[in-house]
Design a protein around this ligand. Structure first.
Ligand SMILES: [Zn+2]
Length: 854
């Protein structure tokens, strides 16, 4: 076959690799190990170009590491629990389980033709009872170690879907699916004690040298270490308040002299007492509890307060009384559920003070700003960064110039020495609420016994399986209304008991799956010999959108799994290196319908800026992330059927560094395919052509080959995939122009096949075989660059005659100028120009150029 046919080549070699078990991960005592992992997919049913790019990157690394003598673990699984399966069941009948497993089968079928070197024997889905049963065992071990507990917590409640919503499921204060106004409700929920590790999760970020700085910063901000003052205001009317004090935590104790009111959450004990006594307050609190609990939702909501009539005394001036407001922007589970408002230095407090006519008292001023308008004179709140040097007005120790951080520390010291509270370090990170009132998740393996209370299920009874016979015709959790599933025997006393019907947040499933791949089907969560050998993940690859929660939860789980004996201490930071890849983007094609609404068109419907069907001109919107709603998507399956997997793999890695976005264009894909066809044709010609070459050109070709080996190795081993591909284009071009002997060309072509193999494994394998390479290309050792061949010992100098380039001369690097002059004078072009005369001038610039004036 003299013509490149990806369809024939690719299926054939995939079968051969499967038979050779080329991608099987095998522990080996005499090989270094390498664990490369891409974040596993949600089984939506279709793979998209983003998947193709992500898994191709991981596959390039896996193939390169195998070729360089590593035992490689490169697995694949499915993050398979979650809402979409339940929504699909609600929308169109059917069962979440059937929907999920069908999608997995479909996606596996779409993924396999891409030729990823994945050890499929380790595949699992998180909804497999085998997997979630081990997750339940982990939960029970964590319960024994006090790393998971139950408490009452305020949650986002969707009154229509009758479920708790995660913060990200609350959009503009409404449930993302039902559109109903979200309420805050107090429920008993399960929590992982991630806050136990706050300090460590923060400080250990320093050791993650191969993580993007941006991701570490996002994690640090999320953990949110802050230094502040915890103190109390004393209440003037103890009987009315039901307490003598209101505890407050503030990160700005240096503004305490600017306090003008105290705000408490609608869920604060004082608010609850007043609510029970006063209908007006009850109505206000009920209204304030509406709306989401996210910072964003609270930030957006209209700030409202209710003056309780209660007063507190300022700690430094007992005659100074401050009003106590119930405010809708204060959450009970954040700090103490109470704040002091300092309108001069907080815009939210200033808006509140202006609305309710409260005093505004500045205690900070900028240094040297002549145009400054203080907030009491109508200016905005002045809230400089804590590191900035400012003037303190009427501060604790008189007027001083210092930074906010210094002011905060001196305020804490002053308050402590005066018996007003104490300095504390707090973290913004809250314990991880894992309860979901959902069916399609991992059942929480505990039982509520009428006599023993809440007790864990026995491990020998695991997995606690989800019942299959459930319906989704009414809102709420089907487990709650299942006629029999809830009824069980208490694992302690044997008496009648009820199962927990909450299931686990799906983030739990993805927080330890990478450890499970080390032995996917073991009867315990992990097996020591396997985690000892394979952990850590040497290279983790995924999207920046998982930079906070997934990675933080995984870091917590690794610590918890160490504490419960499932991971070695060396694996508490489970990902040695993290890479966040860019997206695959595409232009958007838009027209407008008769009603002025946008209509989007798929790329294949457009040609030359017009709709193929109607000839209507489309508006071309610059490239953006591929999205179904904008129709700017290309289906990997159609790319494979047009061009083959190797073209798709090659193109998603070329043109753009892997951390940046790459724009998919039809012309780019065609060009990639043309290039691969050309490489195939070159190999064919070398294998079948006659040896018409010139052995004197061999050395030059082999030098270029060793240069390519060095450059491509450098690119592939350092995420410089696009740079490696650029070098491969260059080497291909050099090989095509070379006049070397057939033997040298064959050697160079075999090396080219090996260097391309991580990106285009099928084409490489075909060329390897065509040219008589030994065994399988994928099992061959990575070529090594000969250092001696990398040294450039000759140099080509252009010859300019009367200012125009007419010829060139290749000379040894260290050739003396006088010798070069002789060669130049012998050059035919020079001789012709001189026409028998001596040159007027002949200047040799060593290593650069020769100038001849005739
Ligand atoms: Zn019992």
């Amino acid at each position: 076959m003299s013509r490149y046919s990806a369809a024939e080549i690719e299926a054939k070699w995939q079968t051969a690799w499967d038979e050779a078990e080329a991608a099987k991960a095998v522990r080996s005592d005499d090989k270094p190990k390498y664990y490369v992992l891409e974040m596993f997919p949600y089984p939506s049913g279709r793979i998209h170009m983003g998947h193709v790019r992500n898994y191709t990157m991981g596959d390039v690394i896996a193939r390169y590491k195998r070729a360089t003598g590593h035992a490689v673990l490169h697995p694949m699984g499915w993050d398979a629990f979650g809402m979409p399966a339940e929504n699909a069941a609600m929308a169109s009948g059917g069962h979440p389980k059937d929907w999920t497993y069908q999608n997995i089968a479909d996606m596996r079928d779409q993924m396999k033709p891409l030729g990823f070197s994945i050890d499929w024997s380790r595949e699992f889905a998180t909804c497999d009872p085998e997997y979630y049963g081990q997750q339940q065992a982990l939960f029970i071990d964590m319960l024994a170690k006090d790393l998971v507990y139950r408490k009452n917590a305020v949650v986002n409640w969707d009154p229509v879907d009758m479920t708790v919503l995660a913060n990200e499921q609350v959009i503009d204060g409404k449930g993302w699916r039902s559109g109903a106004d979200v309420e805050r409700r107090e429920l008993t929920q399960w929590f992982f004690k991630i806050s136990h590790y706050s300090d460590e999760l923060l400080s250990a970020l320093d050791g993650l040298d191969d993580w993007p700085a941006k991701v570490k910063l996002m994690q640090a901000n999320w953990i949110g270490r802050s230094r502040g003052l915890q103190f109390a205001f004393s209440v003037t009317d103890e009987a009315a308040a039901g307490t003598d004090r209101i505890e407050v935590y503030t990160t700005r104790p240096d503004t305490l002299m600017g306090a003008s009111f105290v705000g408490i959450s609608p869920d604060h004990p004082i608010a609850k007492k007043l609510e029970a006594e006063n209908a007006e307050i009850a109505a206000f609190c009920a209204d304030a509890r509406k709306g989401g609990t996210t910072e964003e939702a609270i930030e957006k909501a209209d700030k409202k307060g209710f003056d309780t009539g209660l007063r507190v005394r300022h700690p430094f001036d007992t005659a100074w009384e401050l009003p106590v407001y119930i405010a809708n922007f204060i959450l009970m589970d954040y700090g103490t559920g109470a704040i002091f408002g300092c309108p001069a230095h907080d815009q939210r407090d200033l808006d509140f003070a202006r609305k309710y006519d409260l005093p505004v008292v500045s205690v900070l001023r900028p240094l040297g700003d002549q145009d400054y308008v203080a907030p009491e004179d109508g200016g905005a709140a002045y809230a400089p960064p804590k590191g900035e040097k400012i003037a303190y007005v009427g501060g604790f120790a008189g007027d001083e110039q210092q930074t906010g951080n210094e002011g905060i520390e001196s305020a804490i010291a002053f308050c402590e020495s005066n018996g007003v509270g104490h300095g504390v370090t707090k973290f913004r990170l809250r314990d991880w609420g894992l309860s979901r009132q959902r069916y399609w998740g991992c059942p929480i393996p505990v039982v509520h016994c009428y006599s023993c209370g809440t007790v864990p299920e026995k491990k020998e009874n695991l997995p606690v399986r989800l019942p299959d016979d459930v319906t989704f015709d009414v809102p709420g959790n089907p487990l709650d209304r299942h006629p029999t599933w809830r009824n069980t025997a208490c694992p302690v006393c044997g008496g009648a008991a009820l199962r927990e019907t909450d299931t686990m947040d799906t983030f739990v499933d993805s927080s330890w799956y990478f450890t499970r791949f080390t032995n996917s089907h073991a009867a315990t969560p992990t097996v020591q010999a396997d985690v000892d050998y394979w952990m850590n993940v040497d290279q983790y690859i995924g999207g920046i959108e998982h930079a906070i929660l997934h990675l933080l939860y995984s870091r917590f789980f690794a610590r918890a799994m160490h504490a419960t004996g499932h991971l070695p201490s060396t694996a508490t930071e489970p990902f040695d290196a993290l890479f966040t890849q860019g997206m695959v983007t595409h232009e958007i094609y838009k027209t407008t319908d008769a009603n002025g609404r946008p209509v989007y068109h798929f790329p294949e419907e457009v040609e030359g800026g017009v709709l193929k069907a109607t000839g209507e001109t489309v508006e071309i919107i610059p490239s953006a992330k591929m999205s179904k709603s904008k129709k700017n998507v290309v289906d990997p399956m159609s790319i494979i059927s047009s061009y083959g997997a190797d073209t798709a793999r090659w193109f998603v890695l070329s043109d753009s560094p892997p951390e940046r976005d790459v724009e998919w264009t039809a012309s780019g894909a065609e060009a990639a395919h043309r290039h691969l066809s050309r490489v195939y044709r070159m190999a064919w010609d070398i294998a079948h052509g006659e040896d018409a070459g010139d052995a004197s050109a061999d050395q030059d070709l082999l030098r270029q080959m060793h240069r390519a080996i060095a450059d491509v190795t450098g690119g592939v081993s350092s995420f410089g995939f696009n740079a490696a591909i650029a070098k491969l284009y260059g080497f291909t071009s050099a090989l095509s122009k070379s006049n070397a002997s057939a033997a040298a060309k064959r050697t160079a072509m075999l090396a080219l096949a090996q260097l391309m193999a991580p990106m285009t494994p099928h084409l490489s394998e075909e060329i390897w075989t065509m040219l008589g390479g030994t065994g399988l290309c994928v099992l061959s050792d990575w070529p090594k660059a000969d250092e001696a061949m990398l040294v450039e010992d000759s140099v080509t100098l252009p010859i300019q005659i009367n200012g125009k380039r007419r010829s060139e001369v290749t000379v040894p690097k260290d050739m003396p100028a006088a010798e070069i002059e002789k060669l130049v004078l012998a050059d035919p072009a020079v001789q012709k120009a001189l026409d028998g005369n001596a040159p007027k001038k002949l200047i040799v610039v060593p290593g650069r150029i020769v100038n001849v004036v005739a």
